[in-house]
Design a protein around this ligand. Structure first.
Ligand SMILES: CC(C)(COP(=O)(O)OP(=O)(O)OC[C@H]1O[C@@H](n2cnc3c(N)ncnc32)[C@H](O)[C@@H]1OP(=O)(O)O)[C@@H](O)C(=O)NCCC(=O)NCCS
Length: 178
């Protein structure tokens, strides 16, 4: 897959992206959302090799700097569905790039005939769900205290709620809610 937008190229990872991947993934080690607590730069080579072969992870390259500033995840799910995920380098957030990339991959997937694209996020992750609102995804569910990524000081799980957002392929009969 290769998609070009105004500012970005969304493409397969390449081995030369190792340092860029390492830069934004290190920011995720202690992150509140979308954390990768075990990530180290030693693992970046292995990770970029894996992603370069993957048809679920895509690099977001900023055209003007020829730099990978994040990634899109498009996990394959049953019933011709994809799960969308996204992470942007903190130094490049709040420029509209996350929205631009997500909108472009959704359009691409819809044109490829994918039936449904969904994503999940915590209600506290306002940047994430506002992004989904902005690009036309619909909030379909609010699950209460259904996931736990962190423990409290007593080692007890801290449960979070989950929003589920989705978009249906508007070119399929009867789905006009895009
Ligand atoms: C969620 C995430 C990908 C959004 O990426 P982003 O590139 O910052 O997204 P955008 O720039 O499109 O939108 C973010 C905000 O910047 C604002 N913005 C966009 N362009 C802007 C500009 N030129 N100047 C100022 N603000 C701008 C948007 O209005 C938006 O504001 P809002 O969140 O209050 O609605 C990013 O915050 C991230 O990587 N978070 C950590 C990982 C994560 O949580 N992933 C999702 C897990 S569910």
């Amino acid at each position: 897959m290769k998609i070009e937008t105004n500012e970005l190229i969304i493409r397969n990872f390449e081995l030369r992206d190792e340092n860029d991947l390492c830069e934004y993934m290190l920011q995720r080690v202690n992150a509140e959302f979308e954390a990768y607590p075990d990530f180290t730069c030693q693992k970046a080579k292995e990770e970029v090799e894996f992603r370069a072969q993957s048809d679920e992870f895509y690099a977001i390259e900023l055209k003007k700097e020829h730099k990978v500033i994040g990634n899109i995840y498009l996990g394959k799910r049953s019933f011709n569905t994809r799960e969308l995920g996204y992470v942007l380098n903190e130094n490049y957030q709040h420029n509209g790039y996350g929205s631009e990339a997500s909108k472009a991959v959704i359009e691409y997937m819809i044109n490829q005939g994918v039936h449904r694209i969904y994503a999940e996020c915590a209600p506290q992750n306002t940047h994430s769900w506002r992004l989904m609102d902005r690009i036309g995804m619909k909030r379909e569910a609010h699950f209460r205290k259904n996931v736990s990524f962190h423990k409290d000081t007593n080692g007890q799980p801290i449960y979070w709620d989950t929003y589920v957002y989705a978009i249906l392929n508007p070119y399929e009969d009867d789905y006009s809610d895009r």
